[in-house]
Each structure stands twice: as structure tokens, then as C-alpha cells.
Ligand binder design. Structure first.
Ligand code: IPE
Ligand code: IPE
Ligand code: MG
Length: 264
């Protein structure tokens, strides 16, 4: 058993068997997760949508705990999109309250796990009390050397690309370079994910086959894993299953498999 799981996992469980199958030398370096299905999970139980969001927060705990133990480099979670403001006012305000509450409540444990927390998206567009909680959590964990956790809040992928282009244009103007000299690197330098490994794996829970404006630039060659499991049910077993499935994929990046590369 992986040493970091010995304390928390009974060897006689499905989870332990899945863990044993995972090749620890081929873990994804950066995982992005579209945490979807909280509302449907609550509806199935005749509960308000916020009840589902609260249960989803427990899945976030499971993800962070697992990724920290596996020593995965980076994870980016989609928590609130620029389009989510369209939801009923009480759901939006409930989500914002929850966000504040959970960041406050969990940050010490996140810190103990050596996780480095960062919010990405238009953070200035959030209420000032939410911003304050975010800045405090970022400040507290900024020197941590464990898993890098990005939480996407008021995030939109197209807006991120537009902002990155503005930054790249400013750089060109400053250095007197022509538009023709612009490269992908010039834009990447201004994305929220700068300095992080490529996203190897993008997970979406609840079965929807779309990316909903998440990390449009960064997922060019990510493996995409969609599970029907609703986010509140996405716990250790499901997380390990996603990683295992990722390890079974054949990533070609537009090339051909090694064994087939000779023309014979
Ligand atoms: C995802 O669950 C959480 C957020 C977008 C905040 P949903 O709230 O979208 O749940 P469904 O898709 O309605 O079931
Ligand atoms: C995507 O889920 C956004 C988050 C998970 C934060 P949505 O539920 O908002 O996406 P759509 O409406 O199904 O595209
Ligand atoms: Mg949804």
C-alpha cells in the first residue's frame, strides 16, 4: 500500500485494490475538474439545491486529501463560472456564503496538507468579504510546496484568453516587437495557469458532454474523462477510477504509436 494511504485505507477495500493498480510513476501532473451535478443530486433527494452544494464540498475534501497523498502537482477546480450569475439570487448568495465559510473552515487543514491555494478568474468581481477570505487563504498557503490548488471563481475561459491577449499585446508594445512575432508562449505567459504543468486530465462529473467555458486554451491535448456520477458522490473510489482510466489512454499528440512508427 502507498505509504501515505496506510493510515486511512483498509487494505481489504475496493479503494485499496484500485490504488494498487495505479502506476505511481505515471500520475497526471495536473488535473482539472468540472464539479457538476450538485443540483440533481439534491433534487433526487427532494432537497434544496444548496444541500447538494454542501455535499459537493465534502467531495472537494476527498479530492484534496487524495491528491495531496498521491502528491499530484496541481489541480484546478471549476467552482463558479461567469455564467453562473444567471442562477436564482438565493442560490448565488448561498453559494457565495458557503464559499466564504468553507475557505475559512478548511484553510488550516489545507495548509497542514502543504497545499498552495489560489483563486483564478475575475476575483475583483466577487463581493469584498469573499475576496478578503480568498486573499487571506492565498497569503497563508503561498509558500507551501505540496499540491497547487486553483479554484476557478467567476471564471470564464474566453475571458481568460482575451485578458492574456491584452497582456501579450502590452508586452509587444513595450518591447517594440511586431504582431507577426507573437507566439503561443507570449499568450501562455499571461494565463492563470502559467508556470503549472499542462493539464493531463480533465474530469467532468454528472455526464454532460461539454466544457462549459472552462480552460479552453489549456485543454488542447488533455484526456477528457466524463463520469455519470454526480459530484456529491465523486469520492475516493471514483477519483481513483478516473486516474486509472487516464493511465489506460493512449496519448498520441497527433503522432503515431511507437510500435507503429516504423514504416514496415
Ligand atoms: C455544479 O452543480 C456546481 C456549480 C455550478 C456551482 P450544479 O449546481 O450545476 O448541479 P446541476 O448541474 O444543476 O445538477
Ligand atoms: C459548469 O457547470 C460550471 C461549474 C461546474 C462551476 P454548469 O452546471 O454551470 O454548466 P452547464 O450549465 O451545464 O453548461
Ligand atoms: Mg450543472
Amino acid at each position: 500500500m502507498h505509504k501515505n494511504f496506510e493510515q486511512v485505507l483498509d487494505p481489504d477495500t475496493k479503494e485499496a485494490r484500485l490504488l494498487a493498480e495505479i502506476d505511481l510513476n505515471r500520475l497526471p501532473k495536473h488535473v482539472a475538474i468540472i464539479m457538476d451535478g450538485n443540483g440533481r443530486w439534491a433534487k433526487l433527494r427532494n432537497k434544496p439545491r444548496l444541500y447538494g452544494h454542501r455535499e459537493g464540498a465534502e467531495s472537494v475534501r476527498a479530492i484534496l486529501d487524495t491528491f495531496a497523498r498521491l502528491e499530484i502537482e496541481a489541480v484546478t477546480l471549476y467552482a463558479f463560472s461567469t455564467e453562473n450569475w444567471k442562477r436564482p439570487q438565493d442560490e448565488v448568495s448561498g453559494l457565495m456564503e458557503m464559499l466564504k465559510y468553507y475557505i475559512h473552515k478548511e484553510i488550516d487543514e489545507v495548509h497542514e496538507h502543504q497545499i498552495c491555494f489560489r483563486a483564478i478568474g475575475d476575483i475583483d468581481g466577487l463581493a469584498t468579504d469573499v475576496q478578503k477570505e480568498i486573499r487571506n487563504a492565498e497569503q497563508k498557503t503561498k509558500d507551501n510546496i505540496g499540491t497547487k490548488l486553483n479554484v476557478a471563481l467567476n471564471y470564464g475561459g474566453r475571458a481568460e484568453i482575451v485578458e492574456a491577449c491584452k497582456g501579450a499585446i502590452r508586452d509587444l508594445e513595450r518591447s517594440g516587437r511586431s504582431a507577426e512575432s507573437l507566439t503561443e508562449k507570449d499568450i501562455e505567459r499571461h494565463l492563470f495557469t502559467r508556470g503549472l504543468p499542462e493539464i493531463d486530465l480533465m474530469i467532468r462529473t454528472s455526464g454532460e458532454l461539454r466544457v462549459s467555458n472552462f480552460l479552453l486554451w489549456q485543454i488542447a491535448y488533455s484526456e477528457i474523462y466524463v463520469t455519470k456520477t454526480l459530484f456529491p458522490d465523486f469520492r475516493l473510489k471514483e477519483i481513483l477510477e478516473a486516474i486509472l482510466e487516464f493511465q489506460h489512454r493512449d496519448r498520441r499528440y497527433g503522432g503515431v504509436k511507437e510500435a507503429e512508427s516504423s514504416s514496415g
